[in-house]
Design a protein around this ligand. Structure first.
Ligand code: SF4
Ligand code: SF4
Length: 418
């Protein structure tokens, strides 16, 4: 696309944004893949429309405020990337644009309050646990709360599992085949700590020694995707320092975290840490991809039962990391498992980080559609690789009165193997 964006006019993030704008030929193949275009039917809420808006803002031809509602409605699901025949790297445009937009104009009080509360609680497990407990009280007085806070208390789960902790080193069972480091995640530690426990058990049983670095922090994804560049950089640096170099891979078991860590080179672009961020991100791998690559060394036991599993591709695993076949292959290795596919599988479930808080109507509509699609498969269980999707889908299945449980791929593997 022809543009008149000045090189470096918006700092070190300008160049990747220009490359993305340049690559778009305006063909519109991405429109059908975009959940917000499907929901709202407006060009400005499609990938192509958003690229034009961002280009015009970066050229100085459109005020930031005019584009912002449409940019805010973008889920960051990246369904537009695999749909694009020209290979537009939309991710190189949307997050950098949000980082710059944050410095350009003021948000409403309600938006600011939500962002402060989310950014000061979700990345810190102890605070998030306290906030979730407080939120349960908030549910009782929901009508009395400011409107801006009501979506937050709606998302608070009715019960929280007890806190769990993990050793710094979990040794491999039997002969050691690999040594990895694991990101423990932040919201996941509070909402579903068993996912980490299951991941450690599966890896150890497969001969993988796992380090959980004690000084690690949040991946920074929440900050990066909401335009808080400074906070994202601080989280990224903390993890660059925390993770050891002498491991075969840095593993994540939450797609959103893995996808954010893959973007550390952008987060730290133009800083002295850019080169080591680039080297680090290339060692980051989703646990399902890693396990499938090294191969399962023993067959899971045969329970004699059939298990129908509907697999939900988390956007940040399928679209952002290209990991689709590997979790299915791992699950198929379990005797009696049948993998079922959801209709409209490319559509985001609506969770998308804090999207649930900022755009509750679209998030609810997408969540309900995904839950209906899961029910229509006739599955016993839904498997996925991201805590956000897991929480969103479980909530909407329950709302629809479905008994289907949503589980992480590692939890299903642990139950089959151990
Ligand atoms: S990231 Fe998702 S919501 Fe945003 S433009 Fe692309 S497909 Fe649409
Ligand atoms: S499919 Fe790709 S090239 Fe075509 S309009 Fe969408 S982003 Fe641009």
């Amino acid at each position: 696309m022809q543009h008149t964006i000045e090189p470096d006019s918006h700092g070190p993030l300008t160049a990747p944004m220009i490359r993305a704008v340049d690559a778009c030929v305006h063909c519109g193949f991405c429109l059908a893949a975009c959940p917000t275009y499907q929901e709202l039917g407006q060009e400005m809420d499609s990938p192509r429309g958003r690229i034009v808006l961002m280009k015009q803002v970066l050229e100085g031809k459109l005020p930031w405020q005019a584009a912002q509602p449409h940019i805010d409605r973008c889920l960051g699901c990246l369904a537009c990337e695999p749909a694009c025949p020209s290979g537009v790297p939309y991710r190189d445009l949307i997050s950098p644009f949000r980082a710059i937009a944050r410095t350009q104009f003021k948000r409403s009080f309600g938006q600011k309050l939500r962002h402060v509360l989310a950014s000061q609680t979700i990345p810190y497990p102890a605070r998030f646990r306290l906030a979730a407990l407080g939120g349960r009280l908030g549910k009782a007085v929901r009508p009395l709360l400011p409107k801006a806070l009501q979506p937050m208390v709606d998302l608070v789960p009715a019960t929280l599992p007890p806190a769990e902790s993990w050793p710094i080193v979990t040794p491999a069972v039997g002969e050691r085949r690999a040594r990895v480091a694991l990101l423990a995640g932040c919201a996941q530690q509070v909402l579903a700590p068993d996912i980490n426990t299951a991941t450690l058990a599966v890896l150890a049983a497969q001969g993988v020694e796992v380090i959980v670095p004690p000084t690690q922090g949040c991946c920074g994804g929440l900050a990066w995707h909401t335009g808080d560049l400074r906070a994202a950089q601080a989280f990224a640096r903390k993890n660059l320092d925390a993770f050891p170099a002498d491991v075969d891979a840095v593993l994540t078991n939450a797609a959103g975290c893995g996808s954010a860590m893959h973007e550390y080179h952008l987060v730290l672009r133009g800083t002295p840490d850019e080169a080591r961020a680039d080297a680090f991100r290339q060692r980051v791998t989703d646990v399902s991809f890693f396990l499938n690559r090294i191969g399962l060394r023993a067959s899971p036991r045969d329970s004699g039962r059939t298990l129908r599993i509907a697999y939900h591709d988390a956007c940040h695993l399928g679209n952002a990391q290209g990991v689709r076949d590997e979790p299915r292959a791992l699950l198929r290795a379990i005797p009696g498992v049948e993998i079922l596919e959801l209709a409209e599988a490319h559509l985001c479930c609506g969770s998308a980080g804090t999207y649930n808080l900022d755009q509750p109507e679209i998030a609810t509509s997408l969540g309900e559609q995904k839950a209906r699609a899961a029910i229509a498969t006739g599955a016993d269980v839904v498997a996925t690789g991201n805590i956000g999707c897991l929480t969103q889908l479980q909530a909407h299945l329950e709302k629809l009165g479905s008994p289907i449980r949503v589980r992480h791929t590692m939890q299903i593997l642990r139950d089959a193997y151990l």
